[in-house]
Design a protein around this ligand. Structure first.
Ligand code: SF4
Length: 442
């Protein structure tokens, strides 16, 4: 029996999908790359905003059309969508065979057995599941990169966010479990580990006061992974101790992913972000002082209820001032069940879109200017892919300041003897192409 597994949404969901793949592989199932070639399709969905729900629904509906056409036997909906909508998922997709929440992804092999025997299955409970180093995993990333989820759930309750309702309370893995997993990944040839959670800086606060992200980074220093990257920090929880650890530990790349969401005091308070504009500005200064050359990635939200032109202008000025090096821009999405849903002062959709566009264009200009300032520099890159083309090799790589599939890349000119995927090489920057750099081997 062949199974196709489709993963949607964020890296946190991807790790759950990878564990499902591992559990199914352990049972001896084979995988199909394409849904149309499978007996059973598992769609691991996303639902944190309505746009993600729309995308998930379109993918599941596509699989159900294949089922109606007799090209697929059974369809299983898993992950965040059923966790959010529970048994209403059946009404959305009357033709699916199983509904499995984030709470029960570790029971996927049992669900597949039931479905194959012709039974409908519903498994959505309290989201408590969390994998560990003993969980089988089939990486969905290129072999030299891995995500390692150090915690799941969130205790922050930002006013716009559905995640605590979907993913449950914060629950951290033990440092020993994370260290064992990262050491095993290093042995398998992983060169870059990306630590993820809903809020990585909350890591350990649910276990003990001495279990912290800085302590975990120190414990990971000897695992043999050359690049360790910290993603998804919260500005209210980034401490000087964390910055010191990042500056002192060679394997931790000089990169901080810190979604600030906004810079206006009033909006940050309404968002429940537990910080303010001055504290964020001060934190950015301390981060750059402590870790010279660091790349800061952030994400911001425009169109939060009541956001005025002046408040947006404050955010735009903060970005224009070069406080961040990479930026994700999101438009506020009113989500039922969140406290912000009932706030008055909804911003018109076209105003929010226009604000988002201005930020993206501003960031593109800043990124190009930063790229031009690097012309002629020699930088170390990690090769993400290297394939033969008509004349030589097409090499796509990244500096330590560029996260995989989030920031730009470095396109390296190389001949047939050029580097392989997973190699670290020195390159000389020769040009800028939008968010990407071009380079030759140094
Ligand atoms: S920190 Fe805030 S935005 Fe992030 S997952 Fe938790 S509640 Fe949502």
């Amino acid at each position: 029996m062949k199974i196709a597994v489709i993963s949607l949404g964020c890296p946190k969901n991807l790790v759950d999908t990878e564990v499902m793949l591992g559990l199914l592989a352990d049972e001896g199932y084979e995988f199909a790359a394409d849904a149309g070639e499978a007996d059973i399709v598992v769609v691991s969905t996303c639902s944190f905003i309505s746009a993600a729900v729309v995308e998930s629904r379109a993918v599941v509906d596509g699989c159900l059309e294949l089922k109606d056409a007799g090209r697929v036997g059974h369809v299983i909906v898993a992950g965040c969508l059923p966790q959010r909508y529970a048994d209403a998922t059946w009404e959305m997709f009357p033709g699916v065979d199983a509904v499995v929440g984030c709470s029960d992804f570790e029971r996927i092999a049992e669900v597949v057995r039931e479905v194959a025997a012709g039974r409908r299955v519903y498994k959505v409970g309290t989201p408590r599941a969390l994998y560990d180093e003993r969980s089988p995993r089939v990486l969905g990333t290129p072999g030299h990169i891995a995500y390692v989820k150090i915690a799941d759930g969130c205790a922050n309750c930002c006013s716009y966010c559905t995640i605590p309702a979907i993913r449950g309370d914060l629950r951290s893995r033990t440092p020993e479990s994370v260290v064992r997993e990262v050491a095993a990944l290093a042995k398998k040839g992983v060169r870059e580990v990306n630590l993820i959670a809903q809020d990585t800086t909350a890591y350990g606060t649910d276990i003990a006061s001495d279990i912290t992200l800085p302590a975990l980074l120190s414990a990971l220093a000897d695992t043999g992974v050359p690049w360790i990257r910290v993603l998804y920090t919260h500005p209210a929880h980034v401490t000087d101790e964390l910055l010191r650890a990042m500056s002192e530990l060679e394997s931790v790349v000089p990169y901080l992913d810190m979604p600030i969401q906004h810079i206006s005091d009033r909006i940050l308070a309404a968002m429940g972000r537990r910080t303010d504009g001055e504290r964020i500005r001060s934190l950015v200064r301390r981060t750059r002082d402590t870790i010279p050359g660091i790349s800061i990635r952030s994400s911001v939200m425009v169109g939060f209820p009541g956001e005025t032109d002046e408040e947006f202008g404050e955010l735009l000025a903060f970005i224009r001032d070069g406080n961040v090096d990479h930026l994700g821009v999101f438009e506020y999405s009113p989500e039922p069940g969140t406290s912000a849903f009932s706030l008055s002062g909804r911003v018109q959709a076209d105003t929010a879109s226009a604000r988002a566009r201005v930020l993206v264009e501003t960031m593109e200009e800043l990124t190009e200017a930063r790229g031009r300032s690097m012309l002629g520099d020699e930088v170390e890159v990690l090769v993400d892919s290297a394939g033969a083309v008509a004349e030589g090799r097409a090499v796509v790589a990244r500096t330590a300041g560029q996260a995989w599939e989030m920031d730009g890349t470095v396109l390296v000119e190389a001949d047939d003897s050029g580097p392989e995927t997973g190699d670290f090489v020195l390159v000389r920057v020769t040009g800028v192409a939008g968010f990407d750099l071009t380079a030759t081997l140094a």
